[in-house]
Design a protein around this ligand. Sequence first.
Ligand code: IPE
Ligand code: IPE
Ligand code: MG
Length: 246
Amino acid sequence: MSSKDQINTNKLPKHVAIIMDGNGRWAKQQGFLRVVGHENGTKSVREIVEASAELGIENLTLYAFSTENWNRPKLEVQTLMKLLVKSLKKEIKTLQNNNIRLNAIGNLNDLPDNARTELLEVIDKTKDNSRMTLTLALSYGSREELVSVVKKIADNVKNNIISPETIDESIINKHLYTQNLPDVDLLIRTSGEQRISNFLLWQIAYAELYFTDILWPDFRKENLYDALINYQNRERRFGKTSEQLS
Ligand code: IPE
Ligand code: IPE
Ligand code: MG
């Protein structure tokens, strides 16, 4: 029995988020420049996106570039932005063939004009696709997102659109970049690092965390299946006792 057959498709996480880490180390291990790692990482992206859609996962969110990643060497940042444009142009077909809707979260205004234009174009072209929503976190930082939420809510209070007493979790949810997405059920991070790196802090409040040593360019669909099987073997209690659940 392959690991795919062990997955219960009735108990899939509704939202899987992945911190795709380890491209640089993957390249270094083989004596290549870091950019070669990023290039090979895009192959993993395609495979995992297709495998997720095929399984029936409704929401997949990929951390592609953080607000902190702007501090990397200029050449690496430029290369990553070029790779983004190239991948968007190339993978629109994959998205259409698999009925996948593209979405983006983050401070998109910080992206180079050509990258933002290409991104918005693919988002528009795929907006009616319904099998899976693929969200790219680009120039994304959870703290930046939360600051933007506070500003928007403060503005609404100032303009008497809402009163402070009515602010609750649902109002905060409505102002997040992820307003149309459910909470994350499963968060995967590759490359052996066990940290969150400013990713979806609010949205992962009750996510199951899965860390693997595999470097992102080596991450294959079997590795995704393993993560899903591991997830399905956990008991999610949400504060209750085990007895209450059964
Ligand atoms: C993840 O791989 C890709 C991005 C953060 C853009 P890294 O580039 O962080 O690879 P390592 O962590 O240096 O190996
Ligand atoms: C997190 O990876 C961001 C992305 C995967 C896009 P980093 O490699 O930038 O994270 P840190 O800085 O090592 O925590
Ligand atoms: Mg890294």
